[in-house]
Design a protein around this ligand. Sequence first.
Ligand code: HAM
Length: 419
Amino acid sequence: MNAFSAPKGTYDLLPPNSAEFLAVREALAAPLLRAGYGYVETPGFEHAELFARGVGESTDIVSKEMYTLSTRGGTELALRPEGTASVLRAALQGSLHRGALPVKLWYSGSYYRYERPQAGRYRHFSQVGAEALGAEDPALDAELLILADDAYRSLGLRGFRLLLNSLGDRECRPVYRAALQDFLRQLDLDEDTRHRIDINPLRVLDDKRESVREQLAGAPLVGDYLCESCKTYHEQVRELVRAAGVTFEDDPRLVRGLDYYTRTTFEFVHDGLGSQSAIGGGGRYDGLSEMIGGPALPSVGWALGVDRTVLALRKEDVELDLSTTPRVFAVPLGDEARRVLFGVVTALRREGIAADFAYGGKGLKNAMKSANRSGAAVALVLGERDLAEGLVQLKDLATGEQSPVPLDRVATALRGKVG
Ligand code: HAM
């Protein structure tokens, strides 16, 4: 039998690369922790209906890409394709919206979409997300845009752009939608796309095919249809973001693949990633709560793609400072030394000094090879004679210099060497 491999469209995170992934995830979340966002974790699956109603039945995400399953009891569940509907569902269920508003939440986890896999597009991927529920305030939209920009920059990422648009609200969007439908119906389009005009005309604007793109050149733009309050709101968001020194591009054609957006919508794109250029995206979703059976709860949020951010960093040759390997590697020679040194390693770890040990009963030569390969700065070598004298040899692995240290003062000696 052949050995198993990971399913198509998925990949494993293994050391040493996994450290980069973990660091990116932490860095993307760090600005949120400084801005009062509380951590939320929801199940990996939900009632399929939540996404059908929330994300939209006519979206690709729900109609083509959702992993659904029926339980023996007949309940229709779906692996979560995104986080917003779940987080809002959880906040409503936990009555968070009855307390002080906005409720600011962040999350990090795995999401699943049955997409055609390619570089940067996977069937299992990872997002760090933020949702601010229950306030209609341009400063909240601006806060999220600034925090995402800060997060990318804190990693050293530079070659990305923020595209910004407003999709209007329940007043002006229907007028735009109708105008767009009128325009699209005059074009030469295939059956599928014509069907899309009826159910989700904004998505047609996102068609990537050249034959369609050419015809879309004169399409009406949502910006020309915004009502006064949407215009003012959008202008305030832009001003606040600009004042924070965050650059953005107005993109009047930016529509997103999820139906719940109103007003502010945005995407962070990286120019080194080919067609899967979106490293993050989000926007305002003032009607989503009502769509899933809750009260009116105007909200805004984003999700940043961890996988694509890692790819973007590699594209820019950004090396993260990953000090994940223990700085100390312990090498015992003989059974008694082994017992004692294992105790020393345990004590070091309890004192906060990361240390590893030569397992597997290796001889000196092999154990030192492991020490050198581990990336540690210092080896602690304990032989029979040193043991009898209550000493251990502290060997600098870069210079080869070696000096004896009393066994009960190892932590102090190491602090000077490895910090
Ligand atoms: P989204 O644009 O569908 O938005 O996903 C956000 C990010 O997740 C994308 O920009 C991309 O970096 C990453 N991503 C999406 N699909 C894949 C995939 N198949 N493979 C690799 N990475 C992927 C949302 O999910 C919304 N829930 C964002 C949001 C939060 N809106 C409001 N609040």
